[in-house]
Design a protein around this ligand. Structure first.
Ligand code: NG1
Ligand code: ZN
Length: 555
């Protein structure tokens, strides 16, 4: 590193001092905290993104300013790798160390210089870094994004491109597209989603009835997803989707609205009520990477019937498996290639969903919470489908599978155009374009759900009947030190503090179909408790008992 670069870094870093007494951790999904204390973190995340780009020979890196489903006064930052996926876990310890470096000197000499040397990153100008940046609609976003830009600019020759207000998955999609040499603007994103959605609708057995698709009402969490969904609807030129909670009516981001609220509280979000009984409804979260569906069963209560990420996973898996089996039917020549289809869940998946998926002949694997783990696992399959119960997930198609599919589709179009097999191939190709393969995306997920329900001719109730969820309950317990809880076995077993797992087992065994686990949250300062059992009262009772155990061991 030459003197000029050194003094540039030192000068810029001195303008973004670390707030006293703060410790930041990259956690489950990037850095998150009260927006007021995040300027140094943003500046440093800008540096990390530039270094990551240099490490990848100038490939485009993404930097998204968002705190997703958290309250409006929070903010945060996620970094997207060249694939469009989350920042490599190998860089997380360095990222944490950079975020917590006490001063500019420490940051430069003890961290950046050493790390760059170890990673073979050179600052000689032979490679230029590029960072694409986006932010959600939080009021703090603009000034925090400026701080991140300064971080990028502190590495000479780096370019920060501000893409403005975007959903997190849009930014990840753009990073992926740019690095694949594909068109990567917002218009291209909308065109790809709209085009592949239309294609799936036109390939549906009942395509003549597309004008009869029943109404869908979407809760936009008063966030960026609402704004972007409205644009997408214009491009689709459809009238069956109505967007509510778009932030224009004075509602506050994520307050009493949004996918996290609906999934965790299981109640009707603001803006919905008695007039919506029986209608297909959906909720996005604050950065539109999560999606859940729900129904309001009666006008007289706040309860909802939740159709969560597990049900979406099951719907996608069922459709893809069906299309795959049609495509592979009786074709001796191509039977040599047997695509591997796998589904990935976390311990939060409802036990009934796992039973259903296994009964349907699917391979089910578990990982710890956080899409970075699920995504990595799903990528091991030809078609890997992953979802968290909270509605964050996507479908990944391997390069090898997509080339095979394309060849197969070309062959079928010359030999048996219009056959069931050809249509199955075209549907799978359309799914691979509609679904955001960089990361879970509420907008593309929503269009895929809609296309599959139309294909099947199903209402939301019929979809919901795929299996019956076991009643479940989630609680949060505030403790002195959440890091005191250490888990293993995809977070289903606690190894520290000693004795608590045995106590959890004893309590859970008292409830019919009782299952519960605890883990430290990666995004909030709490221990999360999950419990399920054969009735709602049992699930509530089990969750409460486990929360009391946590308090007695750690309170
Ligand atoms: P934590 O706070 O680590 O539980 C939450 C979600 C994750 C994931 C991240 C990122 C639950 C129980 N946990 O993580 O699934 O979505 O936020 O947003 O929903
Ligand atoms: Zn989110």
């Amino acid at each position: 590193m030459n003197d000029e670069q050194r003094s540039l870094l030192l000068r810029s870093a001195a303008r973004f001092p670390l707030p006293e007494g703060m410790r930041f951790s990259y956690g489950t999904a990037g850095f998150r905290a009260d927006a007021l204390v995040l300027h140094s973190t943003m500046f440093r995340a800008g540096i990390i993104a530039s270094l990551r780009s240099l490490k990848n020979d100038g490939a485009v890196i993404g930097l998204m300013v968002t705190a997703s489903h958290n309250q409006i006064t929070d903010n945060g930052v996620k970094i997207a790798d060249p694939s469009g996926g989350m920042l490599s876990q190998l860089w997380e310890p360095f990222t944490d160390a950079v975020a917590n470096a006490p001063d500019a000197d420490h940051l430069l000499r003890q961290l950046i210089c050493d790390f760059a040397e170890k990673e073979g990153i050179s600052f000689d100008g032979s490679c230029r870094a590029e960072v694409l940046m986006g932010r959600d609609t939080r009021p703090s976003g603009e000034s925090l994004l400026e701080a991140a830009k300064e971080g990028v600019n502190a590495i000479a020759g780096s370019a920060a491109t501000d893409m403005g207000v975007l959903t997190a998955p849009q930014l990840h999609w753009m990073v992926r597209a740019r690095n694949r040499g594909e068109k990567a603007s917002e218009v291209h994103y909308f065109e790809q989603l709209a085009g592949s959605f239309r294609c799936l609708i036109d390939l549906a057995p009942n395509h003549g009835q597309k004008s009869t698709i029943s109404k869908l009402v979407v809760d936009g969490a008063n966030g960026v997803g609402a704004e972007k969904l409205e644009l997408l609807i214009k491009m689709l030129d459809v009238s069956f989707i109505e967007v509510r909670n778009n932030g224009k009516g004075g509602g506050i981001l994520n307050e009493g609205v949004g996918a996290d609220y609906v999934q965790k509280e299981r109640v009707v979000p603001d803006g919905f009520g008695g007039d919506d009984v029986g209608i297909r409804c959906a909720s996005l979260d604050g950065d539109a990477d999560r999606l859940v569906y729900f129904m309001i069963p009666s006008a007289s209560g706040k309860d909802i019937i939740l159709v969560d990420g597990d049900k979406m996973l099951s719907l996608f898996a069922l459709f893809i498996k069906d299309q795959l089996s049609v495509l592979l039917q009786g074709d001796v020549k191509d039977n040599s290639f047997q695509p591997r289809l796998g589904v990935v869940q976390t311990a939060y998946a409802n036990g009934a969903s796992t039973d259903y998926l296994k009964r349907s002949g699917l391979e089910v694997i578990f990982t710890p919470t956080g899409v970075k783990y699920l995504h990595e696992k799903a990528a091991e399959y030809d078609i890997g489908i992953y979802f968290e119960a909270n509605g964050h997930g996507t479908v990944l198609f391997s390069k090898c599978f997509l080339s095979w599919l394309e060849a197969r589709s070309n062959e079928l179009s010359s030999n048996s155009a219009g056959s069931d097999q050809q249509r199955a191939a075209l549907r799978l190709m359309a799914v691979s374009k509609l679904i955001n393969q960089a990361i879970g995306d509420a907008l593309s997920g929503l269009l895929l759900v809609e296309a599959i329900l139309f294909h099947m001719g199903w209402s939301i109730s019929q979809w919901n009947e795929l299996y019956h969820d076991l009643p479940s309950r989630q609680l949060k317990v505030k403790v002195k030190d959440r890091t005191a809880v250490v888990t293993t076995n995809a977070e289903t077993t606690v190894v520290k503090p000693p004795g608590i797992q045995e106590a959890i087992n004893v309590v859970s065994a008292k409830y019919p179909r009782g299952r519960s686990f605890i883990r430290p949250s990666g995004t909030e300062d709490v221990i999360r408790v999950y419990a399920e059992a054969s009735t709602k009262d049992y699930a509530d009772g089990l969750a409460k008992s486990i929360a009391e155990l946590v308090e007695s061991y750690l309170g």
